[in-house]
Design a protein around this ligand. Structure first.
Ligand code: PLP
Length: 394
């Protein structure tokens, strides 16, 4: 049975066009781009073209693109580059709802007692408290790192606007745009964002390839030292096939973004509204007005998210009960906790994240299968029985 794959914020299917573009780089063109011979050297031209394709999607210049191994490496490189370039500054800022790629690094830096961290809170809808951020900017701040869109709820932060204010104070601004690239239009030429991270496997390129955009003129120091690759900014032999694939994925995203995202949003909206209509005590987590077009996080109160996932799995429906990195732990997600989602709702939250490869019949299938699953689970839940008694009394 073909999976009904609605877990695209965890990872995406590699586009067939991307695979076709990559294949010759495993079979015929397997040389090392750093080699002196023509066989290897020719590959440098292909990497140059891919770098331009990525830059075009971001509204950046090709020299501003550094290929890395993943979103996590891009985030780590950006944050270390900013603090190492500003050695006298000891204050760093991020939000309460970052992906572990940023969250755990900030916690690590704070633990060593070397850095004072300000975590910017969010409100009940996952919106950033921007005034809190502005009040905390100081001469001692080395970097502000904020995600562009949240991987669990899809809530979008106004990073372009924020970057202007941060930059005006001479502070480096980095954004983790791993969930944004390919889903929202981006024009870095018109923003004050200094550094931006993206990850290939979230936009139909393979796993194991990422990008760090570094605006021309931004002080930078490499995280990986070694060879001269990426103009000395990221050592290590290039993942050639994946770079070529990412270039193609960016080209496709740029060509079809508007049309495809409209279709994806329509499917997401139908899924969400029908589930809310058919299932009592279901609530959307996150600001419905400022959200990625493909994501919905729905709290089904008084049931366990893990049980819902297991029962959906019997129908080969793939979704997530939090971010991929936090599932496996029974702690409610730090994102939902930061938003103040009550325990009974946070535990029953499911994230559906769609892509261009979904179709309406799949949406209809989930709309048909999920309500009886929730009903069955609630039938076994003492919390639900208790909640219903209270509702009757009220
Ligand atoms: N940042 C965000 C917002 C993410 O969603 C993810 C992955 O889920 C990452 C960073 C890490 O990216 P990667 O898996 O490429 O290291």
């Amino acid at each position: 049975m073909k999976p009904i794959y609605m877990d695209n914020n965890a990872t995406t299917r590699v586009a067939p066009e991307v695979i076709n573009e990559m294949l010759p780089f495993f079979t015929e063109h397997y040389g090392n781009p750093s080699s002196m011979h023509t066989f290897g050297g020719r590959i440098g031209m292909k990497i140059k073209a891919a770098r331009q394709q990525v830059a075009d999607l971001l509204g950046a210049q090709a020299e501003e693109i550094i290929f890395t191994s993943c979103g996590t490496e891009s985030d780590t490189t950006a944050i270390y580059a900013a603090i190492q370039s500003n050695p006298s500054k000891r204050h760093i800022i991020t939000s309460r709802v970052e992906h572990p790629a940023v969250k755990n690094l900030f916690e690590h830096l704070a633990k060593k007692d070397e850095y004072r961290v300000t975590y910017i809170p969010v409100d009940k809808q996952g919106r950033l408290d921007v005034d809190h951020l502005y009040r905390n900017l100081s001469e001692d701040t080395a970097i502000v790192s904020l995600m562009w869109a949240n991987n669990e709820t899809g809530v979008i932060f106004p990073v372009e606007e924020i970057s202007q204010e941060v930059k005006a104070r001479g502070i480096v601004f980095h954004t983790d745009a791993v969930q944004t690239v390919g889903k929202l239009p981006i024009n870095l030429a018109d923003s004050d964002i200094d550094m931006l991270s993206l990850s290939g496997h979230k936009l139909h390129a393979p796993k194991g390839i990422g990008v760090l955009y570094v605006r021309k003129g931004t002080k930078f120091s490499p995280y990986l030292l070694g060879g001269h690759q990426e103009r000395g900014r990221r050592a290590g032999t290039e993942n050639v096939a994946a770079i070529i694939g990412l270039g193609k994925a960016c080209e496709i995203a740029g060509q079809h973004m508007h049309q495809e995202n409209t279709r994806v949003k329509q499917m997401r909206d139908k899924l969400e509204s029908q589930l809310l209509a058919r299932i009592p005590n279901a609530i959307v987590n996150g600001d419905p007005q400022h959200r990625l077009p493909n994501t919905t996080s729905i709290a089904f109160e008084f049931v366990e998210g893990e049980s819902i996932l297991l029962m959906m799995d019997e129908f080969n429906i793939c979704a997530s009960s939090g971010s991929a990195c936090t599932s496996g732990s029974l702690e409610p997600s730090h994102v939902l906790r930061a938003m103040g989602v009550p325990f009974t709702a946070a535990h029953g939250s499911i994230r559906f994240s769609l892509s261009i490869y979904n179709d309406e019949s799949e949406v209809d299938f989930v709309i048909e299968k999920l309500p009886p699953i929730i009903e069955r689970l609630r039938g076994m839940s003492p919390f639900w029985t208790e909640a219903k008694k209270c509702q009757v009394r009220a």
